[in-house]
Design a protein around this ligand. Sequence first.
Ligand code: 4NP
Length: 160
Amino acid sequence: MIQKKLLFVCLGNICRSPAAEAVMIGKLKKAGKDQHVICDSAGTIGFHSGAQADLRMRKQAQRRGYAVTSISRKVKADPDFDRFDMIIGMDDQNVKDLYALTRSPEHHQKIFRMTDFSSQLSYNYIPDPYYGDAADFELVLDLLEDACEGLLKYLEKEVN
Ligand code: 4NP
């Protein structure tokens, strides 16, 4: 039975949020909980809609055992804010853009930032790696692995 639906959101939906989706699915599988949680991702802009995730992210995530397979799409107030339980932005601007889409206090309560769930690493946002190099993509994956561990613990209270 599906108990939680998570939507990860960044700007372009080709680097950070598709990786967050893949890392979270990987962690859920390891914990035997992937049957109970739906993960998806989207971007606040539609510029890359229909595109695969950035090849650099796909390759670097693959080396850690995560398959980044999602196709970019833009987040939509309708139906995303009704469909998902948690809508998780990667940085300040993503969170601000998500708040601008909301139309009710219930929608507001669904918005989180990825680093709310960080446990070991002390970043308060996931930096955009798009114009960066391999080290920037590795940092994103480090931060996402850490935050997804925390998110898994958060969900464990609610997902059996
Ligand atoms: P993302 O990275 O938000 O992590 O997917 C970006 C992807 C594309 C662009 C910026 C950031 N862009 O300017 O096209």
